[in-house]
Design a protein around this ligand. Sequence first.
Ligand code: NAD
Ligand code: ZN
Length: 356
Amino acid sequence: MIIPVRIKDSLYDVHLGENILQEFCERNAEAFQKVDQIVVISDENVWNLHKDYFQQNFSLPYKIHLVPNGEACKTFESYFNVQTFLLQENCSRNSILFALGGGAVGDLTGFVASTFMRGIPFYQIPTTILAHDSAVGGKTAINHPNGKNMIGAFYQPKEVLYDFHFLQTLPETEVRSGLAEVIKHALISDENWVNEFLHLASIADIQKRELLVWLEKGIRVKAQIVELDEREQSYRKYLNFGHTYGHAIEASVGYGKITHGEAVMIGLIPALMLSELHGKVEVGYAHKVFGLAKKLGYQFQHVLNCSFEQLATFMLKDKKTTNGELHFALLQKIGEPFVKVISMEEVKKCDEQLRK
Ligand code: NAD
Ligand code: ZN
């Protein structure tokens, strides 16, 4: 299955399916003959788990460069090491990069690609559920000690190759993390789709076939929004649903101590509470999703380990905050997002509900 993404002058496809790596290489073999180097960037976890599959199916000559697992690769040091590797391997403007991994590897590789020799093409091969979100839309970044994703670029991949084969080895924590972004995509786009989650009793309950359909739907939602607004001037802010409070939880608990998705799931609840107040979302809906999240094992006790003052400080530092005003993505009704300025007092009331 192919989902086209059209962002101004970039036009690329997201290919989805199981065991599609070999087909990708066959389809591109001729074009890639003109390339002087292909470099695959991956992390140690992913490479150890999937090198056999990759080597058997990626029938193009390539060099591999491994970076630390997960968030630890989004550092200046990793960024520098990848650039050094590319220079040592005599890469040029005619070289291409592949990101084989989760959102962290994708964000790092995309940022390297956007700056090496002023920009070389890159391809995303996402290996996590969460990366159905991060691989599409062209946000690339590394972290600064003063803030996550602070150094980056908008830089679109040439293609996203989402081979579901890789998802088989994901631990439950990562499935849970990625599912939160899927649920977010459902909440901002389609109430009937949200209902499909409500029957779930646990993460183990998720059927592979339904997950693949959800990932396809999530990519379509993301693609539609970024096509309208690549640079987050308007519609793209809807994708931040759950993220204002979620990012504050992620920063307060500490990156690496909580997954991005777990923090987003926590953040969805105040966003829904505020949508009941400021939109026409049926009263009690936030509570219903709260119940679902707890059933699925999202750990709300993280909130108790952060003071509200700490969360407020992070919310005020957030990229979405301007002149001390919190710009919250909310829902008019399920599937209909909008953005509203919200006072810290209102957020505090929601926070108190979460702590009960
Ligand atoms: P990740 O890349 O940190 O991966 C999570 C963990 O799973 C890592 O330890 C990794 O080694 C492991 N892993 C990856 N694939 C695996 C597989 N198939 N089997 C077993 N283990 C596997 O995390 P993520 O959750 O994919 O992405 C989070 C990152 O994405 C964050 O840095 C976040 O800022 C970024 N992000 C970016 C965007 C964007 O638009 N660019 C959007 C959302 C999130
Ligand atoms: Zn997110």
